[in-house]
Design a protein around this ligand. Sequence first.
Ligand SMILES: Cc1cc2nc3c(=O)[nH]c(=O)nc-3n(C[C@H](O)[C@H](O)[C@H](O)COP(=O)(O)OP(=O)(O)OC[C@H]3O[C@@H](n4cnc5c(N)ncnc54)[C@H](O)[C@@H]3O)c2cc1C
Length: 528
Amino acid sequence: MNRRDLLKAALAALAGSGFGRRSVRLKADTTSGTVASGFSRTNTPVASGFSRTNTPVASGFSRTTAPTPQQQSAPRPADAEYIVVGSGAGGGTVAARLAEAGYTVLLLEAGGDSRTLSGGNPIHPADNTLPDDYDVPAFHPLATENDAMKWDYYVRHYADAARQTRDPKYLKQHDGVWYPRAGTLGGCTAHNAMILVYPHNTDWDELADLTGDPSWRADHMRTYFERLENCEHRRFERLRSRLGWNPSRHGWSGWLTVEKALPEEAIRDRDLRALLFESARETLKEIGRPTGARLESQADPNDWRVVRDGEIGIRYTPLTTKNHQRVGTRERLLDVRDRHPDRLKIEMNARATRVIFEGARAAGVEYRKGERLYRAHAQPSAGDGEVRQVRASREVILAGGAFNTPQLLMLSGIGPQDVLTRHGIAVRVPLAGVGKNLQDRYEVAVVNRMNFDAWDVLRDATFSRDDPRYREWANGRKGVYTTNGAVLSVIARSMIDRPVPDLYCYALLADFRGYKPGYSKVLPDHKN
Ligand SMILES: Cc1cc2nc3c(=O)[nH]c(=O)nc-3n(C[C@H](O)[C@H](O)[C@H](O)COP(=O)(O)OP(=O)(O)OC[C@H]3O[C@@H](n4cnc5c(N)ncnc54)[C@H](O)[C@@H]3O)c2cc1C
């Protein structure tokens, strides 16, 4: 993996939703191998960046158990042109795009389908609270703690124990801070907060400078956003774009639907209305009169004009929902599989354990078939699953997320020599950077308690399927459950001389002090 791949992997972990260029890729030979059927090949135009060969087609979409030594000498036909590991924002997007571009793709996902799994949350541990925890925007904290989907990681931010233990979220029994992840179809798009906020142009331009690759330039990268997005929150801009003028540079027909869940309720709630008004007034006092770009953007953080100018100010929170129900790469993949069943195969409950090499070429993946096989799962299986192998005629693409892609590389012999040797893994490519330098934004919460017992909008909210708020959401996609809890946000600079805004502050109607096991349990208890 070169520096550019590392950067792209880092980008995949940082950005919240799918740009098609975001996974760590291991190059496979593009000139040999065969493709198994179950897949029929078409003459669909080729996506840029990928080249195609006239690989012959073999029969039978088959997966085998681990081969005997005799079998190992004769490579069997490929199962697909591309094998993608992981169905999150990165892997789900790339697998779907490749299939649409005419390639055969086998996607391996360790988890099951979040909408058909059965699992409880901290409020109702004994019940099955899926698919609501997945679907309902306001239930996203419950989704992060649903025990059918969650993989628990504990991370340390400091080597120095004294410093680390000062973190109020540090858990001695786990020697770390809890870091939620979703091991399910859609990856962390199945439990994240659904916020879609476009990055600064300077971020892209810095990547272009670092890599020497001009395709990272901000202006070009915006075209991917336009392809990706189906913006449903700027009606007038949508109309204007039909006339050939699109100054907001939103996308209007992409696969990812983006909505604004302005809680009309919030406007009806007198206390909330007063608070919103006061906050807006105070913010305006601080940041001065709105510029033309700010006025034109109408508080939309993704409007090209405010993005281009690095504007600060008040924003609303665009969410990746469709008809106010969560959408992510799960929906994207299922849609593409339905349209192209001959090209996209999704193998769930398939935990990749290593990349198979033929010489220097990444030729396939070994995986274990079975449910809840990963030990980080909230309820890990006692078994180890069945060992299987699959082969790709073109490429193996690893998109297992910020933790598991480096892990998989290391299990495949690519990583820091000392670490691999310590764990008895034969070193194939010594690469010191693999598994290092994870960077994350840390939640810093300032919690205020109001001088009344509950916001009106939350008064009878129990965050379960039997309250009036749920019925409002279920029957008419209305009310506070259409939101993710963020009623207002402000983009600001932490210091006046910062070249670009570096703070994104959300006002949430919740007692949120950062991610900590059990944090979602307090939702129905603390409503002020
Ligand atoms: C609690 C939380 C809230 C967030 N909120 C937001 C937000 O509001 N907006 C935003 O933009 N971003 C948000 N994010 C970040 C965003 O969800 C992630 O950046 C994004 O999902 C990362 O995509 P990925 O494809 O790299 O990894 P993931 O989404 O983690 O997907 C990795 C997938 O690979 C699978 N996998 C891993 N290892 C293996 C293996 N060995 N074999 C087979 N499959 C494997 C996993 O099961 C998973 O499905 C949030 C993240 C979290 C955790």
